[in-house]
Design a binder for this molecule. Structure first.
Ligand code: BG6
Length: 479
């Protein structure tokens, strides 16, 4: 199964993800000579167009979504593209698709379609001989809305594609700074000895967004923040923070360790969660409508969720993981905060100085930086006692690696799909452990009648989210 695909078949080729991410990523890989000159890209979707029409469509997408300085060789890139219209729900049409694609050898397929199309698409691919042992498939989220529906999708995929040919995307794993988490933990001697309940008091993971519904009305209202962000991206971040050191940087070793963490997550009671839904307010200085106004009706879907989670294993016994995500929050920021415990004894206490505990802040986006807050002595002759202050040891990744191209997640993931490296893709057992934990939260919300509390757009969610942390003496890291 180790082969580099010479064709990439994109389902959902005219969709939003394709325009914003997939086509620009492929064009960037082309511009940097990272994909083989002979790789052909075949787009398919319901829209009726020919090759020339699709190339025009792709050109417009690149002009809109790709920085001009990265668009070199665009003409040659467009020549790689061809297109076959298809109604994915009926078997007719797949034979024409197969004729366009050529034989089913050395093919990579990427499904960026509604999950309701996964089953018929796989049946169609099988029917047309495009699901053989030399074909691998990439699946874009959402993979279900519960453990049960996720299993249905996984079963349908498994009927045609073995697990080693199934590439489930979580685009957070394609982000450079997310991968850097592993380098920080496992390429340094400093952190690992203290990366446990003895030295860490709590962990915070925040994924805050300023955007609202962005026109994804039907999808989002069925999903909500818990399924849309926590089930996948946030749990993957948590797993990378909490996992044991893998023996090797490879797909099996890393995913084996992540799944152990996901299975060790303690089931959460509704009382350890806070859900919210934004009302009108102001974000980035502009007035924005409330969720129900954007939706055009009232809804019980949460656009914010905060959770106090626990990983029940030896390393993390008693260490809360506070997770928080929401739309229409004051700023776009993804970060992980590792709050260390206080020093056991302060020699400065008798001199009037107070030592604050160390804190490691890992900025994932938009700022990619790692800041370790350490105590330092304030310069002076100390006649009135010693003063200590927390100062940052700050590494800004773009400065540390200036001159290196910053790539978007899909560049990495599409290249790995083409080349067949599963390390940054989510294995079935991980997805199912994630859903199992999420389902229990949904069930607890249902049984306790928990519905989202309102919060004004441009604030950090309902005040109850602050209380969730504060009752443990913890403040969210909002600076
Ligand atoms: C997607 C969610 O998976 O991630 C969106 O469906 C969300 O609702 C997006 O906006 C966030 O991704 P990023 O890379 O902008 O943080």
């Amino acid at each position: 199964m180790s082969f580099t695909a010479d064709r990439l078949l994109l389902f959902g080729a005219t969709g939003d993800l394709s325009q914003r991410m997939l086509l620009p990523s492929l064009a960037a890989l082309h511009a940097d000579h990272l994909i083989h000159p002979d790789l052909r890209i075949i787009g398919t979707a319901r829209s009726d167009m020919d090759d020339a029409g699709f190339r025009n469509f792709a050109r417009e997408a690149l002009e809109k979504f790709m920085p001009a300085e990265r668009r070199s060789g665009m003409g040659e890139f467009l020549n790689r593209l061809s297109y076959q219209p298809l109604d994915a729900t009926t078997l007719e049409g797949y034979e024409d698709l197969a004729a366009k694609v050529g034989d089913g050898q050395g093919l990579a397929i990427f499904l960026s379609t509604a999950p309701s199309l996964f089953e018929p698409t796989i049946a169609g691919l099988q029917h047309a001989g495009l699901a053989g042992s030399d074909v691998r498939i990439g699946l874009e989220k959402p993979l279900g809305t519960s453990l049960e529906t996720s299993c249905e999708i996984n079963d349908a995929v498994a009927a045609a594609f073995s697990e080693d040919r199934t590439f489930r995307i979580d685009h957070y794993l394609g982000k450079e700074t997310v991968q850097n988490l592993m380098a920080l933990r496992f390429a340094n001697i400093l952190f690992e000895p203290i990366w446990n309940a003895t030295y860490i008091e709590h962990v915070q993971i925040t994924v805050a967004e300023t955007v609202g519904l962005e026109g994804r009305v039907a999808f989002y209202d069925d999903a909500g923040a818990l399924r849309d962000m926590v089930q996948n991206h946030m749990l993957q971040l948590l797993a990378l923070v909490a996992m044991e050191p893998p023996t090797d940087f490879d797909a099996t070793a890393i995913r084996d360790e992540k799944v152990k963490v996901l299975r060790a997550l303690r089931k959460v009671e509704g009382s350890e969660t806070v859900t919210g839904q934004y009302r009108g307010g102001a974000v980035n200085g502009g007035a924005v409508p409330g969720y129900d106004e954007e939706l055009g009706k009232e809804s019980d879907t949460e656009t914010f969720v905060a959770i106090k989670a626990h990983v029940d294993n030896w390393r993390w016994k008693g260490v809360p993981f506070y997770l928080r995500t929401g739309k229409r929050l004051p700023e776009r920021v993804t970060e992980i905060v590792i709050q260390f415990r206080c020093i056991p004894h302060s020699i400065f206490g008798s001199k009037g100085a107070k030592a604050q505990p160390n804190r490691l802040v890992i900025g994932i986006q938009p700022d990619e930086n790692v800041t370790l807050h350490v105590m330092a002595k304030v310069p002076g002759l100390d006649r009135d006692g010693i003063r200590l202050r927390q100062v940052p040891l700050n590494i800004a990744m773009p400065d540390a690696f200036s001159g290196k191209t910053r790539r978007i997640a899909y560049e990495r993931l599409l290249l790995d799909l083409i080349e067949g490296d599963q390390t940054l893709f989510v294995r079935r057992d991980e997805v199912e452990a994630q859903w199992d934990w999420i389902d229990a939260i949904c069930a607890s919300w249902d049984s306790s009648g928990i519905t989202p509390k309102p919060y004004n757009a441009g604030t950090w969610g309902p005040s109850a989210a602050i209380a969730l942390a504060e009752r443990d003496g913890v403040s969210w890291h909002d600076e």
